[in-house]
Design a binder for this molecule. Structure first.
Ligand SMILES: Cc1cc2nc3c(=O)[nH]c(=O)nc-3n(C[C@H](O)[C@H](O)[C@H](O)COP(=O)(O)O)c2cc1C
Length: 393
């Protein structure tokens, strides 16, 4: 019998699905509800020293939708508005009510040893399971030299990780930013400074565009805007890349996230090296209830593939990512055309001839391939509106 139970750094998880640090974990009442519904744990909305001012802009969200479905969300939200004392009491309440749920305290403070260590010393007195150092918020905070300003500097990341490690009584995960050339650069630095694990990714810095009627930003705050953090399905390939790169360069545990909206996404994060996963945007859009499908889907998948646990699934696919240089260049696939499905719309012919090659043409209402001219690139199969083209040997 397969199980979703897993263990990371000695912390027992009843399932690998955690709520990411974000609005769904911004209050004790909300987390209480989420735990009731079956989430394995929660990373608290980032806690800061009480005197760090958090004044929000309104509105603070923008989205891009496709056929009514949100494919990405941009936010310019700041950190927790609650006091440290609120969280201290709330953590105790939650742990008493749900001893088997994992609670991770996400924290951020100005770059001063005392500020970070005071926060940690206070939270050490609570029954949290781990810390997550937020070195990665891409908006608002970098202007104050924190958030992503920390996570884009190996030196500052090392400094803070070692301050925290010097006093933390629980494992320390570092939440990394994807807004760097190479995520492993800071990851290796914080690993050397004693980090116990990684969380990735935080949001991707972005700008949502300009309203062509008003000539003002789409995310419009009194005529102005700022760069924000992108999340949701659209950032999933960036999250996959970052997690795989982290796994290829380190054996530390990884809490993978970015665009998870289904059990299939979660399974892929695990195959690429995640020990557990976090979800934010999908919960913001569809509510805590998605946990039922996530758990059932992943468990079914494990069973159908003959795996007993998350750890058996972990890392399998990361071995399949190599350098371009090492890819087998001897294989040449060709489009195979399903004449029943093809409506000879000509879309593939047009893109083939306008994207360098001239391998497809329509003759007598029949789509035909000139193998000699085909580069095997596969673009035709991606643009076919009828899915009539598959690539094969
Ligand atoms: C509105 C909003 C607020 C967020 N606030 C925080 C935060 O306080 N601390 C943090 O570490 N990450 C924060 N995040 C980032 C998420 O935890 C997560 O890393 C990111 O959204 C990618 O996951 P997703 O695609 O499942 O949303 C926030 C994300 C959103 C959308």
């Amino acid at each position: 019998m397969a199980t979703l139970k897993t263990s990371i750094l000695g912390i027992e998880f009843e399932n690998p699905f955690l709520l990411a640090s974000a609005p769904p974990t911004a209050s004790i009442e909300s987390i209480d509800k989420a735990f009731e519904m079956g989430w394995g744990g929660a990373v608290l909305k980032t806690i800061t020293p009480d005197d760090l001012e958090m004044i929000e802009a309104s509105p603070r969200y923008a989205t891009i939708k496709e056929q009514g479905k949100v494919i990405c969300l941009q936010n310019i939200e700041l950190l927790s508005h609650e006091t440290v004392q609120y969280w201290v009491e709330g953590i105790k309440y939650l742990k008493e009510k749900y001893p088997s749920k994992v609670i991770i305290a996400s924290i951020m403070a100005p770059v001063e040893r005392k500020e970070w260590q005071n926060l940690v010393k206070t939270l050490n007195e609570t029954p949290i399971d781990a810390y997550e150092l937020n070195f990665s918020c891409p908006h608002g905070m970098p202007e104050r030299n924190i958030g992503m300003a920390i996570g884009t500097s190996a030196e500052i990341s090392i400094l803070i990780t070692s301050w925290v490690k010097a006093v933390a009584t629980k494992p320390v995960f570092v939440k990394l930013t994807p807004n760097v050339t190479d995520i492993t650069w800071v990851a290796k630095a914080v690993e050397r400074a004693g980090a116990d694990g990684f969380a990735a990714i935080n949001t991707v810095q972005s700008f949502m565009g300009i309203n062509l009627d008003t000539l003002e930003p789409v995310l419009n705050i009194d005529g102005y805007s700022t760069y924000g953090g992108l999340s949701g399905s659209a950032v999933k390939p960036i999250g996959f890349k970052c997690v795989a790169q982290l796994r290829q360069s380190s054996e530390l545990p990884i809490l993978g996230m970015g665009g998870i909206s289904s059990w299939e996404d979660a399974a892929q994060y695990i195959l690429l090296g995640s020990d557990a996963v976090q979800v934010c945007t999908e919960v913001m859009i569809n509510g805590y209830g998605i946990i039922k499908g996530l758990k059932a889907g992943l468990l079914n998948y494990l069973e159908s593939k003959g795996f007993n646990s998350i750890s058996e699934l972990k890392n399998i696919a990361v071995k399949k990512i190599t350098s371009h240089e090492k890819l087998n260049k001897k294989n040449h696939l060709y489009p195979s055309i399903d004449k029943e499905k093809c409506v000879t719309c000509g879309k593939c012919v047009k893109i083939c001839s306008e994207s360098e090659y001239h391998a497809l043409r329509i003759d007598n209402k029949s789509l035909d391939l000139n193998k000699e001219a085909c580069a095997g690139c596969s673009l035709c199969s991606h643009v076919c509106p009828k899915e009539a083209i598959k690539m094969s040997c």
